[in-house]
Design a binder for this molecule. Sequence first.
Ligand SMILES: C[S@@+](CC[C@H](N)C(=O)[O-])C[C@H]1O[C@@H](n2cnc3c(N)ncnc32)[C@H](O)[C@@H]1O
Length: 393
Amino acid sequence: MIPKKELEERIEKAGAIRRWYQDVPYGKIKPSTYSPFHFGDGKTNLESYGDGRWKNYVVPIMEQLRKKLDFENSTLCEVGCNAGLFLLRAWEQFNFCRLLGVEGGLGGYKQLLLTQEYYDKMPLKTYNVSVGKLEPNIDNKCTQRIDMVHFPMVDITLLSCVHYHMVEKDWIEYLQSLCLKSMYLLVVTEENGSDIFSGSSALLTKTIQSIHPVESIVSIGNGWKEISRITTPQEWLKKQRFDKYKNLTTILYVSTHLKRLDVNECFEKQLKCNEYNKIFYQKIFPKFIKDVLQGKVTDENCTLSEVYKWQAKDYANSTAWKPPVARQRTLSYRDIVISMKDHGQEQPILLNPSFMVDPWDGFHRIAVLKHFGVKYVFGKEIVTDVWPKCKNR
Ligand SMILES: C[S@@+](CC[C@H](N)C(=O)[O-])C[C@H]1O[C@@H](n2cnc3c(N)ncnc32)[C@H](O)[C@@H]1O
């Protein structure tokens, strides 16, 4: 618990680099924001900022998604999450089991850290990285790019009023890699032709803002399929008298590449394939995972583990699989456990058309995720004729 006085000081300090955009509540204290007055003439514009934006533009789609996903077992990643208001609301209202907050601006990131500290029970992981280059008027030195190869896979990625701050090339690259990382993509954006684009980011060189934002998403097409869309009701706009600022659209996409699969079902299905799997994955591998987590499997002693012995024995008659290979594989399994503990699943598990997992590596990852109590894995179907035959498909 941060004492009131200290909290007030820290809110003020966190607003020094970048004024507060989101009025995150810290108990009874809220930072004062510039956002409600951002584009207007001082009249409040609360319905499309902060909690208003969450309530009007994100929640209705979340309600739709809730019918497809059990949020208690899902991960939500927000890119451009600012001070983390939406992550907080997503946790309070929908009880996501894991939240990832990505904020490129250092000012916003410092505010996010305060939110994380204040709501310390929130299962939140934060990243001060930007997707592609940050526009020059965002206050920060952070020019790191998200290493998409090692970014965790998630159920939903939320980009609320962010993507049009990106350079087109970065946005396109990001979308193309994201459809292998995120099952759903939820974009809140300005509608085509909004006047806003000539104003707030005139500094930008060539960003999405120079083309129509909604079209820019739709035209990407490949890898994403639109499944729902909401726009601001025109009557509501008229009543608000802020029509040119408040024309927001939310679009929900599903990845056309990924499948979300029940871990236990995958595990059982694969076990049925052969006896080798049964002994290895029910007895030897679970013990190995525990040993790794206790730091007992080192480069030096890994040949003492049952996993090594199993493989060395297994490959004894093969000229291709010599002990060094068994050692290397043992260490790679150890690394899988360590990486999954910190980041969860990073790459889709390759599936054959009847949802058997990749015979080379995927099953280890499924076994590790099962060990960590993860309920779902992400898979990607591939078509190949080299899959081993399994009678129990
Ligand atoms: C207009 S605010 C929207 C904040 C919040 N998503 C909302 O809807 O209230 C945009 C936020 O995205 C961040 N941002 C902009 N470009 C980004 C990028 N390429 N990568 C990560 N964050 C970015 C900005 O620093 C800022 O905090």
